[in-house]
Write a protein that binds this ligand. Structure first.
Ligand SMILES: Nc1ncnc2c1ncn2[C@@H]1O[C@H](COP(=O)(O)OP(=O)(O)O)[C@@H](O)[C@H]1O
Ligand SMILES: [Mg+2]
Length: 289
């Protein structure tokens, strides 16, 4: 029997998949999401979401996709690993992913021909079909200068009122320095947001939220506040770390014969094992908060 069933849950509360159902909408996530949706609706062009590894960028992009799926006037594509051999390959990937008819042999076509076909598609979709075309690129720090330059050119396609393609870049902080190296790219950013790790109260809320999303409806907490304090201190509020440790705590809770709840002792044991396995030494002060 799965450990979570023993705890009275229907599903895994701390699974690592970036499932939008388990996205806890902290104030920052909510702000980021609302603003991106506004910018997309206004068709202003470029949105950039920055953040460290594990802060929740991919999860946010899934949530965005879920929102866009509910709106018929949006056509979008998500690129998860934006590594392309050349600008032509990048543009051709767009052609394929947006299902754009292309009746030439790709190898013979020039970059500008492929770009023209994509522009034709954008004109048709936005001006004739009244659609908003969105390109979401995760792990955008991996984009080459050449591809970034190509995106900049795509952002030149515009009417007097709006851009023909909307771009959402989500990437680690170094993406920012890459962008500012490209002339006329930085000024095209309409919305830039840096996702920060959660605060203590939010960490507590996120843990509770995920447990309840997994079907827990007991009145007791599965984690004592003292345990959450240590988890917060150790993970610095990064959701990836929080869910890794919480997952292990619940497994340890099920294995322990004597405990009904994750207390500080149990959390500390899990954290110590985690830090040893990562070859890091974390000393837990008595009153970490
Ligand atoms: N706001 C959030 N609420 C709940 N879980 C989250 C949240 N943000 C991130 N997570 C979880 O943390 C982990 C890391 O998130 P992820 O989106 O992969 O981070 P990043 O893409 O920034 O590296 C994922 O397993 C995800 O489920
Ligand atoms: Mg990610």
């Amino acid at each position: 029997m799965s450990y979570y069933k023993i705890l009275g849950l229907n599903s895994e509360p701390f699974s690592t998949s970036p499932d939008p159902e388990f996205l806890y909408l902290s104030r920052e996530y909510d702000l980021a999401l609302t603003n991106i949706l506004i910018e997309l609706r206004l068709k202003r062009g470029l949105n950039v979401i920055l953040g460290d590894v594990g802060v929740g960028k991919t999860t946010l992009s899934r949530k965005l996709v879920k929102e866009l799926n509910n709106r018929e006037d949006f056509i979008f594509h998500v690129t998860l690993n934006p590594v392309f051999e050349s600008e032509k390959e990048f543009l051709f990937t767009l052609i394929r992913n947006f299902d754009i008819p292309f009746d030439r042999d790709f190898r013979e076509a020039t970059v500008s021909e492929v770009r023209d076909v994509f522009e034709g598609f954008l004109l048709n979709q936005t001006l004739k079909q009244n659609k908003t075309v969105v390109l979401i690129i995760d792990e955008a720090q991996k984009l080459s200068q050449e591809t970034l330059e190509s995106l900049r050119i795509l952002l030149n396609y515009e009417t007097n009122d709006f851009k023909l393609v909307q771009i959402v870049l989500l990437g680690q902080l170094e993406l920012y320095s890459r962008i500012i190296e490209i002339a006329n790219f930085y000024d095209r950013i309409d919305f830039k947001f840096t996702l920060n790790p959660l605060g203590f109260e939010e960490t507590k809320d996120m843990i509770d939220f995920r447990i309840r999303q997994a079907g827990f409806n007991g009145s007791m907490y599965l984690f004592l506040e003292e345990a959450i304090k240590d988890i917060y201190y150790y993970t610095k509020g990064y959701p990836r770390g929080i869910i890794r440790i919480c997952h292990r705590c619940l497994r340890a809770l099920v294995m322990s014969k004597s405990k009904m709840v994750v207390d500080r002792q149990l959390a500390t044991e899990v954290i110590e094992k985690d830090s040893i396995s990562r070859w890091r030494h974390v000393t837990m002060p008595q009153n970490s908060i």
